[in-house]
Design a protein around this ligand. Sequence first.
Ligand code: NDP
Length: 332
Amino acid sequence: LYILVTGATGFIGAHVVDELLRRGHRVRAATRSLPKGELMKISRPQYAAQLDIVQVPDFATLASFTDAVQGVDGIIHVASPFTYATTDNEKELVKPAIAGVRAVLEAAAQEKTIKRVVITSSFAAVLDVGRRPPPRFTYTAEDWNPLTYEEAVAKETSAVVAYRGSKKFAELAAWEFVRERKPGFDVVTLCPPMTFGPIAHPVERLADLNESNAMLWAVASGREMPVARVPFWVDVRDLAVAHVEALCRLEAGEKRFVVASGEKFSYGLVKTVVEEEFEWGRGRVAKGEQEVDDSYDLDGETAGRVLRVRYRRFRDTVRDFVEQAVKMEERE
Ligand code: NDP
């Protein structure tokens, strides 16, 4: 197959690209930055013939993806702003997230060869922060974050909350598009919680790490013990498998999946893993403790079964990432 991946030079996007390439598919990797795209291509010489880069500088206009979709069989739309360093949440998070989904689907509807579009949503679009145990409960792909648009973009809203709104309203825009336009493709959405693991995209400095891995590094390097807003996580490599399976499996069509390990995490657990796995660990990790919040659950098993994902262990994910991060630090 020939697949367009957006956000290909980001943390999750690069792993999705690699999973497709490994399985022999052709990939058109969309990025805002051509130099980053070229770096990705140069670091994968064995796939030179299977991988091409396309620059989509801005997805604010509906025509952004018109060229990028030419001739592809499917799309995996990963790109969406994920940062908490914002000054205008609506402009930087919410509007571009929605505009990206609309632009991708609009372009896809013009291209008859496209059969499926997989969209990276988030557990942020599922989470209801007002829902607390007891009684104990399990989040599933049926659940939706109850935020209103007005709440998501209000001046006093934090970037964390606005980001949750951006993912909810972007995903809703996708389901609405399919319902109203009845295009020649179907849509699958994936809702991963915190996503961790080794990086495969071009990152020059540890200071430029993606938002979720930056939390692991904050613990390992002794900077701080971040707040774990949810105890759920998934390994980026498992999530990449889920994306590709969601694209190829007929029975996944029109479904929404929560992709998450059954194991729970806390940043305290990250600390323990780093202390046990690395000689330097004890002397360096962040101070403080943090318990795993085991008072509610998330159903990642359905996705595991339908999309044939065997979730990795948290220990392996943390070790693989930290090992890589320390090497990057030595080079800096
Ligand atoms: P990154 O920041 O590494 O990747 C974000 C990607 O989106 C980048 O490739 C970036 O493009 C692109 N992007 C961001 N803003 C824009 C914009 N305004 N216009 C066009 N492209 C944009 O983060 P992740 O890989 O972690 O995130 C990828 C997706 O996964 C997002 O949709 C995010 O919401 C979702 N997600 C992430 C989780 C996590 O814990 N990491 C958990 C759940 C969902 P470029 O490379 O060109 O800069």
